[in-house]
Design a protein around this ligand. Structure first.
Ligand SMILES: O=C(O)C(=O)C[C@]1(C(=O)O)C=C[C@@H](O)C=C1
Length: 93
């Protein structure tokens, strides 16, 4: 397969732009995944402390703040993203 086939571009020049930009996206995705793993670990520390103290795993008022933060920054899809992040961090409820 040629670079143009793989990228969907119709010219070698466009294929080069796309290939370079995809490398940057892959690197960004690796960083995002690393940040999500870091967030999950920090969230686990909070949940553990709360549960050990006799509290519940979930804190809905805080989740509303987190959802609002993502919605304000990214719009409606931000809410969906935050819900997915919360599910990754505290499991399904
Ligand atoms: O901030 C908290 O109290 C947390 O437990 C962290 C966190 C989160 O991952 O953002 C996870 C579970 C809670 O329901 C609310 C928020």
């Amino acid at each position: 397969m040629t670079a143009t086939d793989v990228t969907g571009a119709r010219t070698p020049e466009a294929a080069e732009v796309i290939t370079g930009a995809r490398e940057r996206i892959d690197a960004l995705d690796d960083r995002i995944i690393g940040l999500i793993q870091e967030r999950t670990a920090v969230s686990a520390v909070i949940q553990e402390a709360r549960i050990t103290s006799g509290g519940r795993r979930v804190n809905l008022s805080r989740e509303m703040e987190v959802l609002g933060h993502y919605r304000d920054a990214l719009g409606k899809p931000g809410t969906a993203l935050a819900l997915t992040l919360l599910e990754l961090c505290r499991g399904r409820i």
